[in-house]
Design a protein around this ligand. Structure first.
Ligand code: MN
Length: 218
């Protein structure tokens, strides 16, 4: 499996933690095994659990088993945890054990159209990721209004859920993603991240039908 699909994060009526598409030690030199293990089995798993708990709470309100005021709490929690679950699923799928890939084909063309060159894109994406205040994400997305590629910066997780913005490539800049190896050198992590992007997966998402974000399903 060279990519992770969002559909791998849901099974039998529940959100589930998808297995990594590689060994926890496979992302060297970008990330050490301990970072990947903790990030996947603790942080990502917590978002899965949180999404299930919030969804259950929402159903209880719908059934009259909880007061209506619980709905706003459930909705806030579901937005945060489900967005976290989705973004992490995309994140693992857009990393690659083999360094040094480059975008090609229609994706490369779209990058050139939007940013002038790969270097132009890299300059924007790295700076956007480095500049996120506190915890958040840098996201390369396809804007359904212009049909062009855009780079977005998002705080927390759910702030990335902009209408009709389809995330293609996401970089987690929460400290848990890099602190064990890079300490406060976020820029060092981002530089290494740029060198281990699975552009094959990003291209699949880019080329997939507009109405379906399940890039690897078809
Ligand atoms: Mn994370």
């Amino acid at each position: 499996m060279d990519t992770l699909c969002l559909c791998n994060g849901y099974a039998d009526g529940r959100y589930v933690l998808p297995p990594l598409p590689y060994d926890v030690a496979a992302l060297e030199p970008l990330l050490d095994a301990e970072t990947v293990l903790l990030h996947h089995t603790r942080h990502h798993a917590a978002y899965v659990d949180g999404a299930n708990a919030a969804a259950a709470m929402m159903r209880q309100v719908a059934l009259g088993e909880l007061p209506e005021k619980a709905a706003s709490v459930a909705a806030e929690h579901l937005a945060f945890h489900l967005a976290g679950h989705m973004l992490h699923t995309l994140y693992w799928g857009n990393l690659c054990p083999t360094p040094g890939q480059q975008p090609c084909g229609s994706l490369a063309d779209a990058i050139n159209t939007a940013f002038g060159s790969y270097d132009g894109f890299s300059r924007v994406f790295r700076a956007a990721a480095a500049g996120v205040q506190g915890s958040g994400w840098a996201i390369l997305a396809k804007d359904a209004m212009s049909h062009r590629l855009v780079v977005l910066a998002a705080h927390r997780h759910q702030d990335a859920l902009l209408p009709r913005m389809r995330p293609l490539l996401v970089c987690d800049v929460w400290e848990h993603a890099y602190y064990l190896r890079y300490h406060n050198n976020r820029a060092g992590y981002i530089d290494a991240f740029m060198n281990q992007i699975c552009w094959h997966s990003v291209a699949k998402r880019f080329n997939h039908n507009e109405e379906n974000n399940h890039a690897c399903c078809k």
